[in-house]
Design a protein around this ligand. Structure first.
Ligand code: NAD
Length: 266
């Protein structure tokens, strides 16, 4: 059994948004393998969510699937309520859902700007607020040593590296940075930890048209000193560790999991 599967999240309850594919699916499964019960959110890919559930149950944990649009306030609340109804509590929120709608700036419509902002920034705000309102109900002593709740934002190396043709995406991800830091500052007194993970190039559906071609893979690899394109598991391992008590003094931080990509701004 790998270290990841040693049940270090036993008894914990996690909500993972966008958990039917890619990084979110990887994180939901990894947390399930580590012993957490998981609310598996999906937007449109129900089959993907069922596969996530199968993997979690195979590992001996429980999961529940919920279709929800993170950009809608009532859906964000429903995600948290689903955790409470099914598992009686909430310990971890992983804000992962995200989209890209690429367009040159001079051509970008307000709709293309707004759609990405709604999902990648406002959706994260809504889910974080709903989760934090639940976490603060747990009264903590000032000298309490471990956190009562964890919020993890899945951001991107493009929260610091500009990316031509994606002003909507980079602006939303840069916004996430300040949202994360401000929440960590504001919620610290409640012993809520708030952090971000910024992936580099990870093989998922969001960028498959690039890594599925030889030319695209070579272009990606030129930007990665470590010499390999990442997999969802690379992010999942870090996310799982970050919400354990081993990382209990970490808040307001971004971990770049990118094979060194941020060393070569493009
Ligand atoms: P993905 O397309 O496989 O996953 C995105 C998920 O978000 C999908 O399951 C999708 O259904 C869901 N989603 C989209 N809109 C939603 C909404 N309104 N409500 C709920 N769910 C919604 O791609 P991925 O690469 O796994 O992306 C996950 C996160 O990682 C995103 O935030 C993305 O920006 C970020 N990221 C990815 C990479 C990469 O190279 N793959 C790099 C940096 C950051």
């Amino acid at each position: 059994m790998s270290k990841l599967e040693n049940k270090r999240l036993k008894g914990k309850v996690a909500v993972v948004t966008g958990a039917s594919s890619g990084i979110g699916q990887g994180i939901a499964i990894a947390m399930g393998k580590a012993g957490a019960n998981v609310v598996i959110n999906y937007h449109s890919d129900e089959e993907g969510a069922k596969e996530t559930l199968r993997q979690i149950e195979k590992a001996g944990s429980k999961g529940v699937i919920l279709q929800a649009d993170v950009a809608k306030p009532q859906d964000a609340q429903l995600l948290i309520d689903t955790a409470l109804e099914n598992f009686s509590k909430l310990d971890i929120l992983v804000n992962n859902a995200g989209i890209q709608q690429d367009q040159d700036f001079l051509e970008m419509s307000l709709e293309e700007w707004q759609k990405v902002m709604d999902t990648n920034l406002t959706g994260h705000f809504l889910c974080a607020q709903a989760a934090a309102k639940e976490f603060v109900k747990r009264k903590v002593k000032p000298d309490e040593r471990t956190s009562v709740g964890n919020i993890v934002f899945i951001s991107s190396v493009h929260d610091i590296i500009p990316w031509a043709g994606r002003a909507n995406y980079t602006s939303a991800k840069a916004g996430l940075q300040m949202l994360m830091k401000t929440l960590a500052q504001e919620l610290g007194k409640y012993k809520i930890r708030v952090n971000a993970i910024s992936p580099g190039a990870i093989k998922t559906s969001i960028n498959q048209e690039v890594w599925q071609t030889k030319e695209g893979r070579e272009k990606m690899l030129k930007q990665i000193p470590y010499g390999r394109i990442g997999e969802p598991e690379d992010i999942a391992k870090v996310a799982t560790w970050l919400v354990t008590d081993e990382a209990d003094y970490i808040t307001g931080t971004t971990i770049y999991v990118d094979g060194g990509m941020t060393l070569y701004p493009s």
